[in-house]
Design a protein around this ligand. Sequence first.
Ligand code: HEM
Length: 435
Amino acid sequence: MNNLPRHKGVPIFKSTFPLLGDLLGFPLQQSQKLGKVFRADVLLGPLIYVFDSNWITHVLETHPHNYIKSRQYDPLKFALGNGLLTSDGDEWKAQRKVLQPMFMKDSIATLCKGIEQGTASTINRWKHKTEIPHLNHETNLLAIDIASRCFFGIEAKERGARLAELIEEINHFLMRYLKIPIPIPLSTPLPFIRRFKAARKEVYQLINEVRHMHNNGELASDNMISMLIDSGQFDDELVRDEIITFMAAGHETSSNALTFTLFALLNNPEHFERVKDECRALNLSQLSVDTLKDLPYTVAAIKESLRLYPPAWTLGRRNLEEDVIQGHTIKRDTNIIIPTYAIHRHPEFWPNPDTYDPMRFFGKSERDFPKFTYLPFGGGPRFCIGQHFAMLELTHAIHQIVTHFDISSPTKELELDPLITLNSKTPIHLSLKPR
Ligand code: HEM
């Protein structure tokens, strides 16, 4: 790895500040100067940025046992425990084997009711509004509502509303914690850590209550917590960790994807017209997994927004053992960064990379693009387990929003904020008119 092209930083701090100053732009600019694999050294050690599909295939697909999640995931472990997103090795493998079928077509079909009800409650709330000052707050409520119903089996009104607040508190903690340059122990008596611990305790209690409801036959079976308990494969602690993981991994990503898709459509009227025409022509009496086939342009519009604004804007791995990739020796415990956002905007992979054009995806499948040039849901065996669920949720939300309202927005420019997921610093203002 010493032979890889390297970003020249300054003594001591090396490339730390140029990178921290522009987490999204730095990899893209440097890859155009240094090539598709390069090294940038920061205070914590060397980072290897990879855009090259052979390297990404090696790390994510053919040698995943050697490339575990990087240390950026460590704080997530405090919050999410040892569920699917944060576990590694055999522990991860055993969980994935049991959980995978629960996210296949048939099982997702049982979650459709939760998606429909969660979306309907947002649409009803919006009927009383003419202005939405901060679209992301609303899409966040929508995604938490859907996640509470589908994963937790409870409605947003009662326990769900509290759960939403608690998940927000946990998210808050993660954002603040990740910004602290040196990891501090969780025993540090800081108010935001205390609030996080109290929130986590209450989430645990809520999950316990829901589990008792299930055991007493008081909970419907069309939700993930019932499926997990009924599988008989998870102890109480793991059921709890999986549910928190689904709630956390599945709500902010979806909420941001919905916000960015609406923003992109509102600012590209010709594409928005096509989406509106397609959605308004479909009288959707009942959501099903096949609904995606009925709304191909809307699906393409979402995929294109996931290209320009991938919620998981970077993926990180580190190797357990020394390795050789494409003739380069990679020392043990090296951080490999797969910069999804920058890959998705690389001009060699995407002509006119900054232009929003759903036609790139219309009538195409991911296999039509060069491997690993489009990876909003990751790749290899650890690809997003919630991918189909998310696409269904997003497509349904857009269908319902445009069939119930005429929407417009004065927000033309966004300042992006690469937090745990990609966010917008700029609040997106929305005006609503019922149709
Ligand atoms: C637009 C929405 C979503 C996006 C963009 C997204 C993106 C991703 C990505 C990129 C990964 C791979 C991370 C890595 O390799 O380091 C991932 C993993 C994961 N996602 Fe999603 N996700 C979304 C929605 C969801 C939903 C709705 C769920 C709900 C269950 C979910 C649950 C998970 C879990 C549990 C993992 C870990 C999988 C594993 O390691 O085996 N995601 N997601």
